[in-house]
Design a protein around this ligand. Structure first.
Ligand code: CTP
Ligand code: CA
Length: 227
């Protein structure tokens, strides 16, 4: 059977996937984090690899094993995640599925903060993290041919996601409803809408593994066979 046959449409293609939360240090023993499990990003990495792509998965701290057939880079903070992504370029496609912390502590303490050191109220000053999806979308010459982001929204899901696509300059956005009622965070199912230049496609509620396979198939269609 030919190596570039219908089973391996992404043979010869390089893919980068970000996954999981990031941890932003407060001091050597404490951090700011979020509820991302990494399930969706890891499922996408696995699905791209199953279609023959050479996949690098840049993941924040998760309890999941590395998917088979994928090169995994383990990072903690948003800044480390961006550096690992830059190292991995050039790629044909990037999927930013990580729940990157929007803020980090402005100057993390070198030593453990002691109780009482802030009086009866300790204030943390936060500063914005680099936006990995926007940075890769606007990378100029080294820009991946196809840049896919997620939009985690709790209301007006499609409207907010459309605005996000325009703002960041990515090609596609998978919008998902993370309102508490849907149980997306940590759960196995996901309801997503694929937003492209051509419009919006709403996918039925399905497992994160199925969303991963569906997205990988769409990516294979969009990229076509490798030269
Ligand atoms: N993202 C990223 N780097 C960041 C923040 C977000 O790469 N510092 C990516 C996520 O991986 C996702 C997309 O941007 O693909 C959208 O993330 P989201 O949190 O929904 O959007 P934000 O732009 O951070 O806006 P907000 O959280 O205010 O809705
Ligand atoms: Ca965010």
């Amino acid at each position: 059977r030919a190596l570039t046959g219908p089973d391996q449409p992404l043979k010869g293609r390089r893919a980068l996937v970000t996954s999981g939360p990031t941890h932003e240090p407060i001091d050597p023993v404490r951090y700011i984090a979020n509820r991302s499990s990494g399930k969706q990003g890891h499922a996408i990495a696995a699905a791209l690899a199953a279609l023959g792509a050479e996949v690098t998965l840049v993941t924040g701290p998760v309890t999941l094993p590395d998917p088979p057939g994928v090169r995994a880079m383990h990072v903690e903070s948003a800044r480390d995640m961006l550096a690992a992504c830059r190292e991995t370029l050039p790629v044909d496609v990037v999927v930013c599925a990580a729940a990157v912390a929007d803020w980090r502590v402005a100057d993390a303490a070198d030593q453990k903060l002691k109780k009482g050191s802030g009086g009866d109220a300790l204030a943390l000053s936060l500063t914005e993290n680099p936006d990995i999806l926007a940075t890769l979308s606007q990378a100029g010459e080294g820009r991946p041919g196809l840049v896919v982001g997620f939009a985690a929204e709790t209301e007006q899901v499609v409207e907010h996601a459309r605005a996000k696509r325009d703002r960041k300059g990515c090609d596609w956005i998978l919008a998902n409803d993370v309102s508490a009622a849907t149980g997306t965070f940590g759960g196995d199912a996901n309801t997503v809408h694929l937003i492209t230049a051509d419009g919006v496609e709403s996918w039925p509620a399905q497992s994160k593994a199925e969303v991963g396979r569906g997205l990988a198939a769409r990516i294979a269609d969009a990229l076509g066979p490798a030269a």
